[in-house]
Design a protein around this ligand. Structure first.
Ligand SMILES: *Cc1c(COP(=O)(O)O)cnc(C)c1O
Length: 496
């Protein structure tokens, strides 16, 4: 929240509720000699003064945190069609499974024979992901989608180097997710943009021009961030392979394809999954996540260590991989997230996973067909799990921007879609309803979006004012991200 945000409902700060001597607990009198603090903590690290903490009762503390939790919108409170981010509902049973003491209380230094169950769970999850990817090897180590990307790119680098080739260009379509070029640059590649054609697919003529013996690979999201399945994928894969490059699949949005088509069959050499989008770990707020990658036989020798392997009936952590790029995270990744994914995959089964994708795609097409009457649809063809509208008609005709539309949705208790991305669509609204929404909630969204389009024509000023019902109104987003004020200090009131 930035310093200049306008707070509508003035709730007392917890510091203002403070009353000297008030506590939220009661403990019995100490009946043993007190240990002098400086025997427990080095003298130079001891505080000189007590910290200025509020002194409040238990109910004050509970109300404070519950109120804070209600200031934000979450998928547990309402519709959250944030394109590319897959904010679907994650069943709580998967949380319960990851908190079982047998998983949650493990220590990574426990000997392998004591953690056979955990290793088996990781091994089995890897087997499922291999099957979904259509690729023969996997690592669960990366901690996020972008981390999977950079790991995959390091594998591409290791692969070319092992063959004595110097290839330094990474091709990335103009519709790509922003993490793709960022990861490529971090992995030391020079990025080359590939344009989209008039259907929203990769422009294969332009690709043919760009391909040469310096190309290390192509990073592709299929379906793309436009929610479109590239119909030329076989041709693209052949072109890149013939030029000596490898194909990287950004599988963050596997919700679109699970059980229906496999990146390995499309010709991809590497795929990352976002367990925290597709496989039921809640996300947002920075983690923890998990971005496993699956790879071909050719890339397997370079995978990070340790590898979870099966030796007869025993599960082992194998560190013995001389061509490995080395570990990319401590130990074997974010195990708790893997447990949730395992529970999710096992509870749905193969048919259930297929149904997830079927419904994700059906829901997106249902919304797209209803909304294209009111918002401009650049690529009018069947979409996958998401689609991108343009608010350019509202902007041109009524001076109402996509930002106004997004803010108006907040007044209806809905999270806005992703806006102004992908960059190639003017006034973009990227909508992903996910499979966990009912027809009723989709119909409500259609009604609200239709109402907003009507209001744009009849009373555009009201939309410039939105939101009016949220705890804070329009934030100065630049200041909020460059100079975030996330902490209250005594005197802040006067300075505000
Ligand atoms: C979310 C996303 C990523 C990045 O995943 P993180 O876990 O946030 O690093 C990459 N590509 C696409 C298409 C995504 O939607």
């Amino acid at each position: 929240m930035s310093a200049n945000s306008e707070v509508r409902v003035k709730e007392p700060l917890i510091f203002e509720l403070s009353s000297p001597g008030r506590t939220a607990y009661s403990l019995p009198e100490l009946d043993v000699p007190a240990e002098p603090l400086d025997r427990l903590i080095p003298e130079n690290m001891l505080r000189r003064e007590d910290p200025p903490l509020p002194e409040v009762s238990e109910v004050d503390v509970v109300r404070h945190f519950v109120r804070l939790s209600q200031l934000n919108h979450g998928v547990d409170t309402g519709f959250y069609p944030l394109g590319s981010c897959t904010m679907k509902y994650s069943p709580k049973v998967n949380e319960d499974m990851s908190r079982l003491a047998g998983f949650a209380a493990l220590h990574p230094y426990q000997p392998e024979e004591m953690v056979q169950g955990a290793l088996e769970l990781m091994y089995e999850t890897g087997e499922y992901l291999k099957e979904i990817a259509g690729l023969p090897h996997v690592t669960l180590q990366p901690a996020a989608g972008a981390h999977g990307e950079i790991t995959g790119l390091m594998l591409i680098r290791a692969y070319h180097r092992a063959r004595g080739e110097k290839r330094n260009k990474m091709l990335i379509p103009d519709s790509a997710h922003g993490t793709n070029p960022a990861s490529a640059v971090m992995a030391g590649f020079a990025t080359v943009e590939v344009p989209s054609d008039e259907n929203g697919d990769v422009d294969t003529a332009a690709l043919a021009e760009i391909l040469d013996d310096e190309v290390a690979g192509l990073m592709l999201t299929n379906p793309s961030t436009l929610g479109l399945y590239d119909v030329n994928i076989d041709k693209i894969a052949k072109m890149v392979h013939d030029a000596g490059g490898l194909l990287y699949y950004d599988g963050a949005n596997a919700n679109a394809i699970m059980g229906w088509s496999r990146p390995g069959d499309m010709g991809f050499d590497i795929v990352h999954f976002n367990l925290h989008k597709t496989f039921s770990a809640p996300h947002g707020g920075g983690g923890p996540g998990s971005g496993p990658i699956a790879v071909t036989e050719d890339l397997a020798p370079h995978l990070p260590v340790p590898l979870v392997q099966k030796d007869g009936e025993t599960y082992v952590l194998n560190y013995d991989a001389p061509e490995s790029i080395g570990p990319v995270l401590s130990f074997y990744g974010n195990f708790g997230v893997v447990v949730k994914a395992y529970a999710y995959i096992r509870s749905l089964g193969p048919e259930g996973l297929k149904a997830v994708s079927e419904n994700a795609v059906l829901n997106a097409n249902y919304l797209m067909e209803a909304l294209k009457e009111h918002y401009y649809l650049t690529f009018d063809r069947t979409c996958m799990h998401e689609f991108v509208l343009s608010g350019r008609n509202l902007k041109r005709e009524h001076g109402v921007s996509t930002l106004d539309v997004a803010k108006a949705l907040l007044d209806h208790g809905m999270h806005p879609p992703t806006i102004y991305f992908p960059l190639i669509i003017d006034e973009a609204l990227m909508i992903e309803p996910t499979e966990t929404e009912s027809k009723q909630s989709l119909d409500t969204f259609i009604r609200v979006m239709t109402e907003i389009a009507r209001e744009a024509a009849e009373n555009p000023d009201a939309l410039h004012e939105a939101p009016t019902t949220t705890p804070v109104r329009r934030l100065d987003e630049v200041t909020a991200s460059r100079r975030p004020v996330v902490r209250w200090r005594p005197g802040d009131e006067e300075n505000a």
